[in-house]
Design a protein around this ligand. Structure first.
Ligand code: SF4
Length: 355
């Protein structure tokens, strides 16, 4: 008979699993809890010395609850994500006052503590007490999404629900601590985000992703937001003395206060627009390929025009406010938005000649 997922994983764990990490001996809920929180977003090798120092200072819940927050943060210093340390301290005080210093043993009570989600609660109770609770951390999500061919980004609730159901279905009735450690280890050391070592994987035989060669596609990454697109035309106008016309942006908004290029709204004919709006006669106009600049919330597509203008504004038309001619070399020392600096750099290679 084919062995179950858990049986194969446990056999692999007996030979290859990690068994000597500091939180794997004297497994109390408190010690496992601290390790699980430290291991969030942090590699095992980084965590080990922090964990040992932390345990030397705070060997149990009461010691942690009795400490000043400053001391806890000091021992956390360098691990990052400091809300984890603040939550540990707060949770320790709750355990000290509401549970008389004994770590709670139901998943409901554990998840009610600050900073502990369903997966971490399951891991603490399974690893420390051998209780049957599935876990679903990032490593386990990856293993299950690949093995079960679960499509969709795991951050979506329907996908996450499916993964929890699979995690629950695979969790055995016995050896819960070993199984929980084993599935975490498999994700961390074999079913890695890049180049998983399927040839060494104990559950390769019925892995959907391995069968279909889709390991790199799963789990489905977070969908990228499609940014809206905006459009403008920028005029790189040079006069007969080699000066470039720049316009200072309003203080608020994108590129606030920086010098930029005059922007043509695309209305009418460019030569006419320049005559009317800027009082300039154009001698030569050279369109250049579109440039895309991406802000956090939109793409800006810029159609550049390299333009040579007659030396002086037409009589009777005032130079628009906030515009000024700058010698080209000096303009490069001004605060310029990145695409504008690139367009000006292109000027050297984009000679204009009288048409
Ligand atoms: Fe991951 Fe490969 Fe194992 Fe499938 S066979 S669970 S993709 S390591």
């Amino acid at each position: 008979m084919t062995r179950s997922f858990a049986e194969r994983l446990l056999a692999w764990f007996d030979d290859h699993g990690r068994k000597t990490l500091p939180w794997q001996h004297e497994r109390t809920p408190y010690r496992v809890w601290i390790s699980e929180i430290m291991l969030q977003q942090t590699q095992v090798a980084t965590v080990v010395p922090y964990y040992e120092r932390f345990m030397a200072h705070f060997p149990d819940v009461r010691a942690l609850a009795g400490a000043e927050l400053e001391e806890v943060l000091g021992l956390w210093s360098g691990l990052g994500y400091y809300s984890r340390a603040r939550n540990l301290h707060k949770a320790a005080r709750t355990i000290a006052t509401e549970f008389d210093g004994r770590f709670p043993e139901t998943v409901e009570a554990v998840t009610a503590l600050p900073g502990i989600g369903r997966s971490t609660a399951g891991a603490i109770l399974a690893l420390a007490l051998g209780r049957r609770h599935p876990i679903l951390d990032g490593n386990v999500k990856r293993v299950l999404a690949r093995h079960r061919l679960v499509e969709g980004w795991p951050g979506q609730s329907a996908v996450e629900r499916q993964l929890w159901a699979d995690a629950d279905a695979f969790t055995p009735e016995a050896r819960l601590a070993d199984y929980t450690q084993a599935i975490m280890d498999l994700g961390a050391t074999v079913c890695t985000p890049r180049n998983p070592a399927c040839e060494r994987c104990p559950v390769q035989g019925d892995c959907g992703a391995a069968r279909e060669g889709r390991q790199e596609e799963l789990p489905t990454p977070k969908p990228r937001k499609r940014l809206p697109e905006r459009h403008t035309a920028m005029l790189v106008i040079v006069d007969g003395r080699g000066r470039v016309l720049l316009q200072r942006r309003p203080p608020a908004g994108i590129w606030g206060g920086l010098w930029s290029l005059p922007e043509w709204d695309g209305e009418g004919e460019l030569r006419h627009w320049c005559r009317e709006r800027l009082g300039l006669e154009l001698l030569h106009v050279e369109p250049a390929p579109r440039v895309r600049h991406t802000f956090s919330h939109f793409h800006l597509d810029i159609d550049p025009y390299y333009v040579e203008a007659a030396g002086a504004p037409s009589p009777g038309v005032a130079e628009p406010e906030a515009m000024a001619w700058h010698p080209l070399a000096a303009s490069r020392r001004l605060g310029l938005p990145a695409p504008v600096a690139r367009l000006l750099a292109g000027l050297a290679e984009e000679p204009t000649s009288a048409a």
